[in-house]
Design a protein around this ligand. Structure first.
Ligand code: DX5
Ligand code: ZN
Length: 228
């Protein structure tokens, strides 16, 4: 079964000399969210941008901003990112010794609370915080860079998490991030994902708007077989 799914283009692959144009493209497309990758050069080797850029993007976009914090000690920056306009704030499991507290902190700001897990982190480790989560981001590459190859072993993780959550009548959104494109989106959705993050497969496409639309349309026939 494929559920109604969301598309979250990752701005990491946009042209930052033409940020306004690229945000406007997403804005006018069928994308549901805008995914913003914050990297600190410590949790991951790369450095991207912080809350000032998130705030600038907030002014250009009415879509929900899905802020993926790839930073150490994310609890120090939850309120500033929320004030900058984040709607979903995702922290890394591997960066949070007090994950339960950090998730409460995110919810207290009014944002949706997400946790991301690296490819080596089992979904079973989330068992005791499942109630406290609005979203789980399964990393299907090692975080830090766009344009990497999708790690196929992420697919059974999606299915396991979906089963864990279903058994307890919980419905965190399952997001998949890294190496996602038209070539693997259907399999990812069939495994139980709700949100597809796509950077290079959107911004590297000849027609990014159409790439978003095609990803959004996956599974449509299966969902509406009797519409004529
Ligand atoms: C990777 C980031 C991703 C990245 C995805 O660390 O979290 O969101 O932008 O880029 P693609 O889709 O190119 O793999
Ligand atoms: Zn990301």
């Amino acid at each position: 079964m494929i559920r109604n799914h969301l598309i979250a283009p990752s701005l990491l692959a946009a042209d930052f000399t033409r940020l306004e144009r690229d945000v406007a493209m997403v804005e006018q497309s069928r994308a549901d969210w805008l995914h913003l990758d914050v990297m600190d050069g410590r949790f991951v080797p790369n450095i991207t941008f912080g809350m000032f850029i998130v705030q600038a993007i907030r002014k250009m976009s009415a879509k929900p901003l899905d802020v993926h914090l790839m930073i150490v000690e994310p609890e120090r920056y939850i309120e500033p990112f929320r004030a900058a306009g984040a709607d979903v704030i995702t922290v890394h499991y591997e960066a949070c010794p007090h994950l339960h507290r950090t998730l409460q902190q995110i919810r207290d700001t009014g944002a949706k609370a997400g946790v991301a897990i690296n490819p080596h982190t089992s979904v079973e480790l989330l068992d005791d915080v499942l109630e406290d989560l609005d979203l789980v981001c399964i990393m299907s590459v090692n975080p830090g860079f766009g344009g990497q190859k999708f790690i196929y072993r992420s697919i059974p993780k999606i299915a396991r998490l979906r089963q864990m959550a279903d058994e307890r009548n919980l419905y965190p959104l399952i997001e998949v991030d890294g190496g996602v494109g038209l070539q693997n989106a259907e399999k990812i959705l069939q495994a139980g994902a709700d949100v597809l993050v796509a950077g290079s497969s959107v911004f590297g496409a000849d027609n990014p708007t159409e790439a978003i639309a095609r990803m959004k349309d996956i599974g449509q026939e299966a969902r509406q077989p009797f519409l004529v």
